[in-house]
Design a protein around this ligand. Structure first.
Ligand SMILES: [Zn+2]
Length: 438
């Protein structure tokens, strides 16, 4: 019922207008958002339970009567996993005829496929437009988007978002920063949307050869450490706003506001849970799509670890926030030092001079000991002894507990230094790897 009202309101009152969507999104009280979400969950669940073979089979296996399911927890340990998307034919997930397909490659293995209709892509674009609008993008701006193309979805959604706002947009694939650099001035782009690594490379060029006036920079696709964010912001004199999304989500699910303290999540179109939280509330993000009908995902395990930030944001937006992503769940390593996430090493290495942004930490086994090995590419001729000392000092001051476990012999630290380019990493670099025999 609530959702029928919302849909009617969205169609009749908001229509095509992005500013009206933003005003509405900020005016709905938090309690009403929860009610809308709960209602939308029931609608999306009932829809999928009768049309999606995968879900129907799961319900049967677990002896759950769909009529009794009111909220996600009623589904017990029924989830949809990335492995399910790989293992079962797509027909098991499709609920109606699709018009488009995108792929997502994880850190390993075959791509997962997600299907959409044009309407769903336009819809995702509308909500991304709202997030960009809230961060200051307006008609008259010129957006360049350099997300990886191919079977990836994000550049299309950004393009559709700009189309919706009637903002000039070039979604140009992913040229090398060097090839792209002259186009900045040529086309007078003042909004850059890109992945963090590409952005840092472009910024290095601009720092030497000159910047252009930029209003705001949006980065997504991977985590970005505060050091790199700070560097990019300093060079361009513009805020860097981070977004969080995935192909499975159909684009963005969350974006920072100007406060840059956690992602405001799109609670109108997704319901998030955090499962198996630790003492601090960090656990795996689980997402249910509330608005998609071609390939809805009920309780999809995103493999990313984060926590909810429940305090209201000073920006006034009622949408709940999640923390920055601590790491991928499959990157968490349990060892003598404690539960290790890539984020720990991003922080430890932040500010250590003489190493490139291409690094990896491995957990190895030597005899009965866990070894925590830093694999670092040398970037500007600092002595390896000085770098090692700086890393040890940083670990000790930032993570005294992790350090203490080392001091009392629970594990040992090791260092391996490589020439620039010596560390082979794919599109999504694995920052933390577990190489112990299982
Ligand atoms: Zn905010």
């Amino acid at each position: 019922m609530l959702n029928r009202l919302r849909n009617l309101f969205e169609r009749v009152v908001i229509g095509e207008s992005v500013p009206r969507l933003v005003r509405w999104g900020k005016a709905v009280p938090r309690a009403a958002i929860r009610d809308l979400q709960a209602d939308a969950f029931r609608v999306a669940f009932r829809y999928a339970a009768t049309r999606q073979k995968f879900l129907a089979r799961k319900l049967q296996e677990h002896g759950i009567d769909p009529a009794g399911v009111r909220k996600p927890e009623d589904l017990g340990d029924i989830f949809t996993t990335p492995d399910d998307l790989l293992r079962f034919p797509v027909e098991d997930f499709l609920c109606r005829r699709p018009q488009s397909v995108f792929e997502t490659t994880g850190t390993s293995g075959a791509p997962k496929r997600v299907y959409f209709t044009y309407d769903e892509l336009e819809f995702a674009g509308k909500y991304e437009a709202a997030a960009l609008w809230e961060n200051g993008v307006r008609p008259g701006d010129r957006v360049v988007c350099t997300f990886d193309p191919g079977y990836w979805l994000s550049s299309w959604v950004t393009f559709l978002a700009c189309k919706r706002m009637e903002v000039f947009c070039s979604a140009v694939g992913k040229p090398t920063p060097r090839d792209f650099y002259p186009s900045l001035a040529l086309y007078r782009y003042n909004v850059i949307v890109a992945d963090p690594t590409w952005l840092v490379s472009l910024t290095e060029i601009a720092e030497k050869e000159g910047t252009v006036p930029v209003k705001v920079i949006m980065a997504a696709g991977d985590r970005m450490s505060n050091v790199y964010r700070g560097y990019v912001q300093d060079v361009w004199q513009a805020p860097v706003i981070l977004g969080y999304g995935s192909t499975e989500a159909g684009g963005g699910v969350g974006m920072e506001c100007r406060r840059r303290d956690g992602y405001h999540i799109d609670e109108f179109n997704f319901l998030f849970e955090i499962v198996n939280p630790d003492d601090e509330g960090y656990g795996e993000l689980v997402m249910t799509t509330l608005s998609r009908r071609t390939q809805p995902l009920i309780r999809y395990r995103m493999r990313d670890v984060a926590r909810f930030i429940d305090e209201p944001c000073p920006c006034g937006a009622p949408l709940r926030r999640i923390s920055s992503i601590k790491g991928r769940r499959d990157e968490m390593v349990v060892m003598g030092a404690g539960n290790m996430y890539p984020e720990i090493f991003e922080r430890v290495l932040c500010g250590v001079k003489g190493v490139s942004e291409n690094w990896q930490v491995a957990v190895r086994q030597e005899g009965l000991h866990d070894i925590l090995e830093f694999r670092l590419e040398l970037s500007n001729g600092c002595s390896t002894g000085a770098i090692e000392e700086a890393v040890r000092h940083s670990l000790e001051t930032r993570y005294p507990d992790v350090w203490a476990n080392q001091a009392c012999g629970m594990y040992k630290l090791a260092f391996r230094f490589l020439a620039p380019g010596g560390l082979e990493q794919g599109r999504k670099p694995k920052r933390l790897v577990d190489e112990r025999r299982s």
